[in-house]
Design a protein around this ligand. Structure first.
Ligand code: ADP
Ligand code: MG
Length: 616
């Protein structure tokens, strides 16, 4: 702490306000207390004014905030208003000054930190008593007891008659503040290689409550506090961190703001014009999985996605592609799903049962998080994957609550929750990559495949592509697969032991050949940048030839199978799917036009998927 005395610190803040925040304070005075109750201060401004003061604020936020608020109360205002209860809320700490959620440690206790992440849970906003006025039932005197967090405190005795009550809380004379609890979870794009995201609870009060919805990406700034685990007799010596939130800001949607250097860009543009770019892409997805060229190409298209369209009438057509792999067990589905996390700039991997009470979509629950009193709205996987890919394994095992909410989540890309006074709409603008087993666990080869998909037609029609994988013995294929798996199993060792091996009798060329099979053609880092670059810069439009190809295919398809009872109905959604897929195909080439070759390529995929299911 600087050597300055208290009043000097108040003076410093007054000076600072005069230099940097004069207009903001005048505006606050005009809108106080109804429209605005806080002065939002950018930490970087404070740092520019006085680096020591700014550093002190990080180390001792509680005291410094008090001085700042005192300075605000003393501020000379042109109008006669008292900013008595106004808050000073600091925000925008530099990233270097603040630990990641997973790196928060005991040393950070009571200091000011900033946490960035996605709102996973939010309770509803409820009044919390700050100072309770107890009215003595015998003499009528009011005894005021300040309430901090924890148990509700009653007075020891009446301040008037000194007896032990009985008391009644007089609500009119008590002071309440709006309160809300949030749980912030690390954003999926910060995590690599399937790390479990960590989370931090944030308690907010007064004017910053009710501002965010689960699924929002936020930066929260506040003071780290401790809360003892367990309760009553079972108190534990271990504590949990929570943040006393000073400010909560919704982050701009800066998805894909990757560092793409000029060199990267050159490399990407060069790659995009190679003849065999699609093959190179396919060779970069799950190289340890043998075969599945078409599925892998579809996954590539899903990563690039089509163009989202806003129609003049206000409606919206999604550009995101949903795809489903249905197949026999042990055919590599889970492996392929897992691989997406290596490449997708933002992705969430979960199983159909979901790993939380929110499951795949969202839920309003009354649980410990809201102390059993407040309702909590919790975001599920499709919300957490907003603007990314949700890889959902064992989709057929999803909970029944999710089944109905899925329809809206996949097509409108939002999830509405209305329960117990909570009315919220959560965004789920993601692509779903699902895997499922057939109805009886395995495909029965004597029954039509289409009838063995255990999902209702309305849900099925929302998938742009459905791949079916049967595990039939096939000598040629089995031999290759066995060879591939046997090689890849040792490829990891090979790379590490390369040096030793060359001194033995294995030639450099032989090792090269073995590792080549499992190295992605384009490495994951570059592929991520490629995808981000294409999504930012390419918004392809259809050429006349592409349009014709798609139209003819669709008309033909409808003429063949408009059977209402078909397990996989061909609806106008298929047409939109074809458009999305071919836009994605154009994006792979960084092209601004969807050409006939794109249309033909996707017609080929869609046709083969439909044939497998038995529509043709
Ligand atoms: P599923 O989810 O379809 O039941 P998994 O993804 O768990 O199957 O695969 C089981 C195992 O078999 C994995 O270790 C996977 O690597 C291997 N495997 C299955 N199919 C292939 C394939 N085509 N190429 C390489 N490995 C495969
Ligand atoms: Mg599996």
């Amino acid at each position: 702490m600087a050597q300055a005395g208290n009043s000097e610190l108040v003076d410093s803040f007054e000076q600072f306000f005069r230099n940097y925040y004069d207009n903001e304070i005048k505006q606050l005075a005009q809108q106080y207390p109804n429209e605005q109750r806080s002065l939002h201060v950018d930490w970087q401004d404070l740092y520019r004014y006085d680096p020591n003061l700014a550093d002190d604020f990080l180390a001792q936020p509680e005291q410094l905030q008090r001085y700042a608020e005192e300075a605000l109360r003393l501020y000379d205002l042109p109008i006669d208003v008292s900013l008595g209860q106004a808050h000073v809320r600091i925000r925008n700490l530099p990233e270097t000054e603040s630990p990641e959620i997973r790196d928060i440690r005991a040393r950070d206790m009571n200091s000011l930190v900033q946490a960035r992440g996605i709102v996973r849970k939010a309770t509803d906003v409820r009044p919390k008593i700050e100072e309770a006025a107890f009215e003595c039932q015998l003499c009528g005197t009011l005894t005021r007891v300040p309430q901090s967090s924890g148990d509700f405190q009653e007075p020891h005795e009446c301040q008037g008659c000194e007896r032990q009550g009985p008391f009644r809380v007089n609500f009119d004379q008590s002071e309440f503040v709006d309160s809300q609890k949030l749980r912030i979870q690390e954003s999926p794009e910060g995590l690599r290689g399937g790390e479990t995201p960590q989370s931090l609870d944030v308690h907010v009060e007064d004017d910053i409550t009710g501002e965010v919805t689960p699924g929002d990406h936020v930066s929260t700034t506040g003071v780290l506090r401790l809360e003892q685990q367990g309760d009553g007799q079972d108190k534990s010596p271990v504590f949990d961190f929570y943040m006393e939130g000073m400010s909560v800001d919704i982050d701009e949607e800066q998805f894909e703001d990757m560092d793409i250097t000029d060199e990267d860009k050159e490399e990407i543009v060069r790659l995009s014009s190679s003849e065999d770019i699609y093959e190179q892409m396919v060779g970069s997805i799950a190289p340890s999985i043998y075969g599945y060229e078409q599925e892998k190409l579809a996954m590539i298209l899903q990563l690039f996605s089509g163009v989202t369209k806003q129609l003049p009438d206000g409606s919206r057509i999604r550009g995101d592609l949903h795809m489903l792999l249905i197949g026999d067990p042990g055919t590599g589905k889970s492996q392929m799903l897992g691989y997406i996390q290596n490449i997708a700039p933002r992705s969430v991997y979960t199983s159909g049962k979901g790993s939380s009470s929110a499951g795949l979509t969202a839920a309003a629950v009354r649980d410990d998080f809201g102390d059993g009193q407040q309702w909590t709205l919790e975001a599920g996987a499709l919300v957490l994957a907003d603007q990314g890919i949700a890889a959902v394994d064992e989709l057929d095992k999803m909970r029944s609550e999710d089944r109905s909410a899925m329809h809206e989540a996949l097509e409108q890309q939002k999830i509405s929750v209305s329960k117990a006074g909570i009315n919220a709409t959560l965004k789920s603008r993601c692509s779903l990559l699902g895997a499922a087993n057939p109805k009886y666990g395995r495909f029965d080869q004597y029954e039509p495949i289409g009838e063995q998909i255990d999902l209702e037609p309305a849900l099925i029609s929302r998938f742009d592509l459905i791949f079916t994988v049967t595990d039939q013995p096939d000598e040629e294929k089995d031999k290759n697969l066995a060879e591939h798996i046997l090689t890849t199993n040792y490829a990891g060792e090979l790379t590490t032991q390369r040096e030793e091996m060359t001194s033995l009798d294995v030639s450099e060329g032989e090792i090269e050949e073995m590792t080549e099979q499992v190295d992605p053609v384009i490495d994951a880092e570059l592929l991520r940048k490629y995808i981000a670059y294409a999504k930012q810069n390419c918004h392809p439009r259809m050429t006349e030839e592409a349009r014709e190809t798609i139209r003819d295919f669709y008309v033909d398809l409808r003429a063949k199978g408009t059977d209402e009872d078909a397990p996989v109905p061909v609806t106008a959604r298929k047409l939109e799917a074809l458009v999305r897929l071919s836009e994605a195909s154009a994006r792979v080439r960084l092209s601004d036009t969807v050409e006939q070759r794109d249309a033909e390529q996707v017609v080929e995929i869609v046709r083969s998927c439909l044939q497998d299911i038995g529509v043709d």
